[in-house]
Design a protein around this ligand. Structure first.
Ligand SMILES: [Zn+2]
Length: 366
């Protein structure tokens, strides 16, 4: 898989004066773009337009989850496609729109599926604004009437969701059939993988409200970190540091920062024993130099924020099992999937925020 290869060359271990140059280094200059606290901005984005207060924002976010769940369940009952698969497609589309907002508009109120006018009406349809189900069907367009008002509206939540669902339904309702349908729709194995991953996350937790975060090591312990993302390494070429190093004692628990699914586990010469977790914002969370993994963690395991996934160590910079070439620390990096490659952004502002939130929670408990 192409993106795994890319990641292998791009995700590299921390410096500590021991950097090695890698083939993908040429891209690093372009990738320097700090995005403060982006991880958290996402969960409130839906509410950002109108409401000023944080409380109201949170409330609207919850309403959005309720509205969407209702739409998924309705459409699921009509089409037989489980709600969590519809949720996965919608969330995947929402993530794409976030990184391609110039070419993709938000069509529905709550649903983020994007369909071009041509695809909706049919490529050969002379009227690309066509909303008549019969003529759309004639021109093999995607548009269908989901809410029964006789109109197939591209900007109606129910019609949008139903149109995609009824298209996929033709492939059958087993999981494999669904994946074939998804592949045929996107023509991209990465899209299929993401939608399978998101489905599993939604199915496991049975809800949509899955955007909380946790600090990657237990707050209150002895550790230290600084914002070193993007700093040049002292030697070994042009690489920049794509993450934050949290220095701590060997064996301190490492925890998932998000709700997500384990995408990568195992040895990498730079990162040592490392772990990659994908979340519903299509962000890849990378944990490196571990001393070991929690026994519950396998590729495909679904995790939640604060769940122990492994332990701090000093593995890396050599063949499998190499350790002790630098002081123990957790290297934590975040990458956003932009379709063709994954871009690193600075996790430091989010780390500070999650740490503060956890400190506040701990104080309350006392
Ligand atoms: Zn590092």
């Amino acid at each position: 898989m192409r993106h795994h290869l890319l990641r292998f060359t791009m995700l590299t271990a921390c410096v500590l004066g021991m950097a090695q140059s890698v083939s993908a280094d040429a891209c690093y200059a372009a990738k320097k773009q700090p995005e403060p606290s982006l991880l958290d901005a996402y969960s409130h984005q839906i509410a950002a337009a109108a409401s000023p207060s944080k409380k109201e924002q949170a409330q609207e976010t919850i309403n959005a989850f309720d509205k969407r769940k209702e739409l998924y369940i309705q459409t699921s009952m009509i089409t037989g496609i489980p709600w969590f698969r519809l949720a996965a497609i919608d969330q995947y589309e929402r993530d794409i729109t976030k990184v391609r907002s110039k070419t993709r508009e938000q069509l529905g109120n709550w649903i983020s599926i994007f369909v071009t006018e041509e695809a909706w009406a049919g490529q050969l349809n002379p009227d690309n604004q066509d909303e008549a189900p019969v003529s759309i069907r004639w021109f093999k367009g995607l548009g269908s009437d989901g809410d029964g008002d006789g109109v197939a509206s591209r900007k109606n939540d129910t019609d949008l969701l139903y149109s995609i669902a009824s298209h996929l339904m033709r492939y059958g309702d087993a999981e494999d059939d669904f994946s074939i349908g998804v592949w045929d729709y996107y023509h991209n194995t990465r899209s299929v993988q993401r939608i399978q991953q998101f489905s599993k996350i939604y199915e496991t937790f049975g809800k949509l409200d899955l955007f909380e975060h946790a600090f990657p090591v237990p707050v209150g312990n002895n550790y230290s970190y600084k914002g070193t993302w993007g700093t040049r390494r002292s030697w070994g070429g042009y690489r920049i540091h794509e993450g934050t190093d949290i220095f701590a004692n060997h064996g301190l628990p490492v925890r998932s920062t998000c709700y997500g699914i384990v995408e990568v586990k195992g040895w990498n010469p730079y990162g040592g024993w490392r772990l990659g977790i994908r979340d519903l914002n299509n962000i890849y969370h990378y944990y490196a130099h571990l001393s070991g993994y929690d026994k519950t963690i396998q590729v495909g395991s679904v995790v939640k924020p604060g769940q122990v996934v492994g332990w701090v160590g000093s593995s890396g910079y050599g063949k499998p099992g190499t350790q002790g070439k630098f002081p123990p620390h957790l290297h934590y990096g975040v990458y956003r999937d932009r379709g063709l490659m994954e871009w690193s952004f600075d996790p430091y502002p989010s780390l500070r925020q999650w740490e503060n939130e956890e400190r506040r929670r701990l104080k309350k408990k006392r």
